[in-house]
Design a protein around this ligand. Structure first.
Ligand code: BTN
Length: 339
């Protein structure tokens, strides 16, 4: 397993910080002496690490002469995940990172350096996740999923219209199979549950826009958000935990999502968005609603959502007729929320 140190952190301590969290993930008390011995650190260094774990949103508590977490953490079972991915999606090459700034950024760098089609980065803790339109994406250690898939398309960017919608159908289907209820999609790249955002998709490309192109397909899903993470997100957020009868492990969520997304990417590569259109509409959160479409806070259009075209364009009806809008830097809001 590759461990990336967070910039500006002493590499040895950066690696050790995550090792400490992994040791304590079971929620049991672990003696300071044994932790120090296992990590090759002094008592003072272990204490410093425990304090620094707070920066990752993890609370390490002193317990007698040892430490424990305030509650157990659901970390990945990397071996089990590798086995499932190998069996279910042999096209993928999976790597589980402990920490990184953004799986999309790291994978884009690797893609430029020639990484193989199907390379997947899954990260335990993403410190500077990115969303669409320059927004940040907040991840919760043990309580969310952050992953990116490198998919090389033989054709140029023009044929990628609707890709984020097809991936959204793939992710929604996987979450439903795992038991999530009420998963909906919102144009162009959001997953919703009730009024809260459950997940998002960020697709970036590298390469010649008219020739073969590499897509970095970034997927973020909230599995079990704690109050502190909700506060940092600062807008209504949903998680799997509140919307399913049984909470699967994050390992099971990633395995299920990857399998469904690979199926979607293979189908999309052959046939484009058309075969996903009905499945997308079946889960459409805002069908028939009045909405406002904007670009960097500037109102571009408003009207009633009629549906989605075969290429994934949003169809809006207004007194100017029905118009189609393609994904770009556009964002959609309910009219009732902006007026
Ligand atoms: C959005 O809703 O605006 C898209 C959010 C995408 C977040 C994921 S998490 C994994 C990958 N790495 C990133 O930095 N972003 C995407």
């Amino acid at each position: 397993m590759l461990v990336l140190a967070v910039p500006s952190v002493n590499p040895r301590m950066g690696t050790a910080r995550f090792s400490l969290i992994r040791t304590l993930a079971d929620g049991q008390v672990h003696s300071a002496e044994r932790i120090g011995r296992a990590l090759g650190l002094s008592g003072i260094e272990v204490d410093e690490l425990a304090t620094r774990a707070d920066a990752l949103g993890v609370r390490v508590l002193k317990a007698g002469s040892g430490y424990r977490l305030d509650e157990p953490l659901d970390l990945y079972d990397a071996k089990l995940l590798a086995e499932r991915v190998k069996g279910e999606c042999p096209v993928l090459r999976l790597e589980v990172l402990d920490e990184c700034h953004s799986t999309n950024t790291v994978l884009a760098e690797r893609a430029k350096a020639g990484a193989a089609h199907g390379t997947v980065l899954v990260c335990e803790y993403q410190s500077a996740g990115r969303g669409r339109r320059g927004k940040s994406w907040i991840s919760e250690i043990g309580g969310s999923v952050a992953l990116s898939v490198l998919w090389r398309f033989p054709h140029g960017a023009a044929k990628l219209a609707g890709l984020s919608l097809a991936v959204a159908v793939g992710v929604a289907t996987a979450l439903e199979k795992l038991g999530a209820r009420g998963v909906a999609v919102k144009w162009p790249n959001d997953l919703f549950c009730g009024d809260g955002k459950l997940g998002g998709i960020l697709i970036e490309t590298t390469g010649d826009t008219s020739g073969p192109i590499a897509g970095i397909i970034g997927i973020g899903i909230n599995t079990r958000l704690r109050p502190a993470a909700r506060e940092r997100i600062g807008r209504p957020a949903a998680d799997f935990f509140a919307n399913g009868p049984v909470m699967p492990s994050r390992t099971a969520v990633v395995a299920g999502v990857l399998s469904s997304v690979v199926f979607a990417l293979e189908l999309f590569s052959r046939e484009g968005f058309a075969p996903f259109r009905q499945a997308w509409l079946d889960r459409h959160a805002w069908q028939g609603k009045r909405v406002v479409l904007s670009q960097t806070d500037h109102r571009v259009a408003e009207g009633k959502v009629v549906g989605i075209a075969e290429d994934g364009a949003l169809e809006l009806a207004s007194d100017r007729g029905t118009r189609r809008f393609h994904d770009g830097e556009l964002s959609l809001s309910l009219e009732s929320m902006v007026e």
